[in-house]
Design a protein around this ligand. Sequence first.
Ligand SMILES: [Zn+2]
Ligand SMILES: [Zn+2]
Length: 275
Amino acid sequence: MFDYHVHSTFSVDCNVPMRESCEAAIAAGVTEIAFTDHVEHQPTDEGFGYYRIDDYFAGIEEMRDRFRGQLTVLAGAEVDYHTDTREGVGAWIAANGGRYDFIIGSVHYGENARIIFQEYFDGRTLDDVVLPYLDEIEGAVRSGWFDTIGHLDIPKRYLPLARREYDPGRYRERLHELFKLFVSQSISFEINTSGLRQTPKASMPGPAIVRWYRDAGGTLITTGTDSHAARTVGAGLTTTLDMLSLAGIDAVGSFRGRERRQVPIAGLRAAATVS
Ligand SMILES: [Zn+2]
Ligand SMILES: [Zn+2]
């Protein structure tokens, strides 16, 4: 199984050394791990300027040596995308994108450099949050800079308790349009399993949205736990593979040097049963 969304000490919000997550990955039956630390361009973000790329790559090399033959360790990044920071993101990708195996584009910010957390919903309708968010996703997809899009429906995670009226069906047409763009750009989105262990108790996105993507002709998916703790590395991946199969997706993406290879889910499930 592939865990393509794991944070380490190179992210401001994580203090788990790569080595601990690699050990946890092996114990959990993960065969490929991508360390996708935050690359931040919003000047107000606490992680702005935190990422040290050369130290990061030294860490990756050390893990490759240490776990050779047991675990494939990939160089990844979770790059925050927003129209406001587009120029900086583009420059960063142009300078560094070629060094990585795999790059996630994620949208974490709404208007006025405000992160899409619970407080962001104050005084805003659901449409006020979700529609501009999906426009940002569209910008990320159109940029051609990313291999996959992170936690596609993250607004649902941060909905205040009093506002649980979120229904993805409301955005189905917009999503359909977007998914046709995903398909023409050959970009995937990830199934982020962190939603299974915390609010909203469902993967991001969940099965309905995956089905709509499939209906739009989509077949490209990546899987990741968004782990900020070693114990969650690999968590929910088996459930996710089952969910994908039911939604008509029969392979998940594996990456080397930004090149995608589609690996059949049936083979991954069989290997997971044996180990
Ligand atoms: Zn994220
Ligand atoms: Zn993340």
